[in-house]
Design a binder for this molecule. Structure first.
Ligand code: SF4
Ligand code: SF4
Length: 87
């Protein structure tokens, strides 16, 4: 499986990106870019979405929940939850 890196996040800072987009599952429908309330996601020149403004992500989960192909995973959200469970 190909894990698509949202490279803009790493270019802007050293934090680990909160979103993973699995390009092998993505059909480039554009739902995630349209539904994101903070306009974090944009369609790249190759047609696949990427996190253009990752620092604006509020981890609301809208993109993950509405992707019809389960191609988005919010890694940061899962890690925060796991940290809370271990406290
Ligand atoms: S909603 Fe899912 S399938 Fe559609 S463009 Fe976004 S990641 Fe790809
Ligand atoms: S989690 Fe919410 S704010 Fe972050 S990219 Fe997805 S839809 Fe946008």
């Amino acid at each position: 499986m190909i894990i698509r890196s949202t490279g803009a996040f790493k270019m802007n800072n050293d934090k680990e990106e909160p979103i993973h987009i699995f390009s092998s599952w993505c059909k480039q429908c554009g739902i995630c870019t349209a539904i994101c309330p903070k306009k974090v996601l944009e369609k790249g020149p190759d047609g696949y979405p990427y996190a253009a403004r990752p620092d604006d992500c509020i981890l609301c989960g809208m993109c993950e929940a509405h992707c019809p192909d389960y191609a988005i995973t919010l890694k940061a959200k899962r890690e925060v939850k796991e940290e809370e469970e271990h406290e």
